[in-house]
Ligand binder design. Structure first.
Ligand code: HPA
Ligand SMILES: [Zn+2]
Length: 331
């Protein structure tokens, strides 16, 4: 059977640093004279083989070293927008990791100047609107996140929310209760990675202690019937990333992925690409692979696309426009 065509969709779980393709990593390394331990493209590609979240994060942070100037961030985001647009993405709420850049001596202003340049042109050049979500690194001191928050506020036209990412095990969401409460006071939107490698209780804690409006991943919620019932009742959106879950061995094989069960249980699941340069595919590649492995129907795919706009932080009028365009599209 032919692959399904992409539907207009919002991408809600995408780390801009995770869109760094090996070719771009090498060319930025050369441009900025940053030494890498890989002899060339083939050797670098061979490193994209992960045992778990931590082994991926080690490479992900290592390669961010090539990002130094505003232009590097513009090139990175521009390349993502071109690829995403070709895969049906019409709106993207993009994560970035300020602490990963600050720790290397790259000023927040340089990161945001570069990203802003690409994002502002996103609609005109690619038909994709973009907003940013700044993620706090949960394996670092929560006090660092608390210091960072006020520095994000001058950029709130672009940076509409905060998230929580990086190594999950042993770092429960409640460690970040104070900074998320401050973000809420400032009117920022809130999301958190939870239930990727961590237990279902981390999903509960993200909802109850951080007040998040979406859960990133959340696949381990399925281990807890009471939590599933709550997610269904409260219609909490889950930003699911099937190829990521297999690449990081959170799910053994795609045929065992819980995405279809989530939809059939009435959960507000969406499909996203997480770190597409590392995990083998952009948004529609995830939809196609999950469709094949799980036998998703055209109705499932339409629901995923509808869920993505409903779960987005777009103003209601824009959501309605996207949903109307989706309803009119009959690929
Ligand atoms: O999938 C992820 N999980 C946690 N942290 C991350 N940072 C980039 N990608 C991820
Ligand atoms: Zn992620």
């Amino acid at each position: 059977m032919a692959d399904p065509a992409p539907l207009p969709t919002a991408e809600l779980h995408l780390h801009i640093e995770g869109t760094l393709e090996p070719e771009l990593a090498l060319s930025l390394a050369a441009r900025n004279r940053v030494p890498l331990r890989f002899a060339g493209l083939d050797e670098l590609r061979r490193a994209y083989d992960f045992r778990d979240l931590q082994s991926f994060l080690d490479l992900y942070y290592e390669l961010t070293a090539v990002l130094r100037q505003p232009q590097d961030y513009t090139d990175l985001a521009e390349a993502y927008l071109a690829r995403a647009a070709a895969q049906g993405v019409r709106h993207a709420e993009v994560f970035f990791d300020p602490q990963a850049h600050l720790a290397r001596g790259v000023p927040l202003e340089a990161v945001l100047e570069g990203l802003d340049e690409a994002c502002r042109g996103g609609e005109e050049r690619h038909g994709v609107t973009v907003r940013l979500i700044a993620c706090f690194l949960r394996d670092r001191d929560p006090a660092e996140a608390e210091k960072l928050l006020p520095r994000l506020l001058p950029y709130r036209d672009l940076v509409i929310g905060v998230g929580l990412d990086s190594a999950e095990l042993g770092r429960p969401p409640e460690l970040f209760e104070r900074v998320f409460a401050r973000a809420a006071d400032e009117g920022l939107r809130r999301v958190a990675h939870a239930g990727e490698e961590g237990p279902p209780d981390y999903v509960r804690s993200a909802l109850d202690r951080l007040g998040v409006e979406r859960i990133d991943h959340g696949i381990r919620s399925l281990e807890d019937d009471a939590l599933v019932a709550r997610l269904r009742e409260e219609q909490v959106p889950l930003t699911v990333c099937p190829l990521s879950n297999v690449a990081l061995r959170c799910v053994h094989r795609l045929v065992e992925h819980p995405l279809r069960r989530m939809l059939d249980e009435g959960l507000v699941a969406t499909v996203n690409s997480d770190d597409p340069a590392y995990f083998g595919g952009y948004l529609h590649d995830n939809v196609v692979a999950a469709s094949r492995a799980l036998g998703l129907t055209p109705e499932h795919r339409r629901r995923l696309a509808e869920n993505s706009f409903r779960a987005s932080f777009l103003p209601e009028a824009d959501k309605a426009q996207h949903l109307a365009a989706l309803a009119a599209s009959r690929p």
